[in-house]
Design a protein around this ligand. Sequence first.
Ligand SMILES: [Zn+2]
Length: 146
Amino acid sequence: MAPKYHPTPLSGGQRKALRKELPAARAMTGILAAQSDEMRSKGDALIRRADRLLCESWNEMMWADGEPIDPSLTIEQAANGGYPWLQIECFRCKTPSDVDLAALRQEPTTFVHDLAGRLRCRKCAQAGRRPAATLLQRPRQAVPET
Ligand SMILES: [Zn+2]
């Protein structure tokens, strides 16, 4: 794309003003873009902190009372907050298992409590049964040792 053409003003004062304003406007482009990047990264960091607090809040509630699991955070918020794992327990055989939220084929906006009815126990699935899982505490931070 050709650079924008600024017609030369007839008046000498306006020509002088144009010579002064053009470099200033071009310099401002970079300054404003840099400020925008800085604000955006600060905003991202704040959102990450907010998501982490939301995860911790939900974990505390699940640990203390175990309910209500609804409302909960979304898969996206859990991952962004640094809690990419969810521990579940089978309703039937009580086998605990850990679910990698990033590996799920659910929409990132899916609420964690909505996963309860969608996740199935591997052990019971082999026996021909598919009871729903029960959400235990929260997306966890550490990778489980198995
Ligand atoms: Zn089971």
